[in-house]
Design a protein. Structure first.
Length: 218
């Protein structure tokens, strides 16, 4: 990159490039987007993006990393003032939905796109792990408090799968006007909470329990 650019100018261009890239990746798909098309959208020369990123996959990783960090931060901020694990769980769910519906392009890139060789991008791995842990933290607290029963990891995936499925239906316009999204979400969360509160909640499958025990020992 040109030596006369300040650090602030470099970050400004990277931010503008990633903003354009997020929109293009979300609307056109990874295969259609090219470095040249991004340069055209920014009004710069075709080679300029290469001064900041090696290729479009590196840009995509940066876009997804930023999205996961914003997502995690939104949930962390929401639960910061929660009075108890139950309030924290509700705040997490509400923050999840606000982010997904408020920034659907970022949400789709985070969860509905498979990026080749994701492990090559340690910052993306870090950010996605942060988001996943933030999503499950309230459930772990509810289990530790004896309010929910079952394996926290399994409960986390169950709540996540249900909420993600509902959000995707909403973003795809597949839900009816009545009952509305919030009514359905309230019913869905009520069913999940009732199941998680039941003291007869099913134990984790033997294979998962063995794997978890092995990880603890190692």
């Amino acid at each position: 990159m040109p030596k006369n650019l300040s650090a602030a100018q470099v970050e400004d261009f990277r931010a503008r490039l990633c903003a354009v890239a997020q929109e293009r990746f979300a609307t056109d798909g990874r295969d259609v987007v090219t470095m040249r098309s991004l340069a055209e959208a920014l009004g710069c020369s075709p080679m300029t993006p290469y001064r900041y990123f090696r290729n479009k996959d590196e840009i995509l990783a940066a876009v997804r990393t930023a999205a996961f960090d914003r997502f995690a931060e939104a949930m962390e901020t929401a639960v910061a003032g929660a009075a108890d694990p139950g309030a924290a769980g509700q705040a997490t769910s509400e923050a999840y939905v606000r982010f997904a519906l408020g920034d659907p392009g970022a949400y789709r890139l985070m969860f509905d796109l498979s990026q080749p060789d994701q492990d090559r991008y340690p910052e993306l791995v870090r950010a996605s792990t942060r988001a996943r842990r933030t999503m499950s933290a309230a459930l772990e607290a509810l289990v530790n408090a004896g309010i929910f029963h079952g394996d926290p990891e399994l409960l986390g995936y169950a709540f996540w799968a249900a909420l993600h499925g509902l959000v995707v239906l909403r973003l795809a316009g597949k839900l009816p006007a009545e009952p509305g999204f919030e009514t359905i979400r309230t019913e869905l969360m009520g069913l999940l909470v009732a199941g998680a509160r039941a003291e007869t909640a099913a134990p984790p499958p033997p294979r998962l329990e063995k794997a978890r025990t092995k990880r603890r020992r190692s």
